[in-house]
Design a protein around this ligand. Sequence first.
Ligand code: MLT
Length: 423
Amino acid sequence: MLKLNENYLNLQAGYLFPEIARRVSAHQAAHPEADVIKLGIGDVTEPLPPAVTEAMAKAVAEMADASTFHGYGPALGYDWLRQAFAEHDFQSRGCDVSADEVFVSDGSKCDAANILDIFGAGNRVAVCDPVYPVYVDTNVMAGNAGPPKPGDDSGRYSGLVYLPMTADNGFVPEPPPEDASAPPLDLVYLCSPNNPTGAAATKDELAAWVAYANRHGSILLYDAAYADFIQDPSLPRSIYEIEGARDCAIEMRSLSKTAGFTGTRCGYVVIPKTLERLSSSGQPVSLHALWSRRQSTKFNSVGYVVQRGAEAVYTAEGRTQCKSLIDGYMANAAAMRTALTDAGLAVYGGENAPYVWVGCPDGADSWGFFDQLLTQAHVVGTPGAGFGSCGEGYIRFSAFNDRAKVDRAMSRVVGQLGALSDR
Ligand code: MLT
């Protein structure tokens, strides 16, 4: 009899963002006159930079001409794009990453999910709480996590190790203390700047994780999709700025937010060629070689036109234009921080990340406050509880929108706080 992947049946709820979209659509259907402002899913609103669209238009023209047409490209990405990523995102910052350690992909969501293909069953996997839900759900799908333990109403899956991120630890968890009775973590997902809290780890904080991983043979899965939003020059943009990281870390990057590619799709993974772990028979195995084999078998890379667009992000014009996009979104984040702080809320993030993480007003729970803002203020956030139990009592606002809408949304949110305190 045909067997299903019944791990999927262990997933507790639909994926967070479609659930929010469902509630927003229902509200819009009931109130077609409402001017709903979306600060929920982190989806860019500004168009692609002209340097990118010009490069893509040129590539389209090449594809229309028999003498310059491209069929299958290299499965791991064109060398010129791998070179651009390695040079501008790493070598220019003193990181030892070469072009052949870069694997072009269609974005970090897919990479964060697919990377589990090269790891076996039975690993001790750690995620932060709150967390980008892809890390958790894909571990459930892979059978690394099961339904919550009986009596646990936190919504946490069994089999995963959750690292709480709270205001007390600045939303950056420390490695667990050495404890001979607890087996070490095998895989640790870290995301900095963080989605959803907007916190960015310092070099010392990352160095503690690198030291932990190298002590225990763990692998750090480092998601740096928001690295270009870092404003503080003392903060690391890559895990490879930390000594020893080549021996324990895989890094994922994306152009989705940096260059407006959410609908265009391009990102990449870095796996150092020297990164190895032992097979069960004690043989050293290259993770780079495993991923290379995986990608060559299951992926034909990203379309030529998109890769040419991605390459243009790293031209002088492309870099200036992307910086201006990021500056605009970060100005929105600053405006949100000011409005919400002045209104007396506890506000985090938004300084080195496009997400502002906000404590709900007294007594409000995340989904309750989300629903109140949607129905009364026609403003969409993302309920913190949707990212994990430690997100309860918070709401996340995305800075991806235009400034006039952000200002309008903030004055409506602040108005709602007044309505709450008048009750
Ligand atoms: C978010 O809102 O958390 C992001 O848009 C999710 C993503 O990039 O997949």
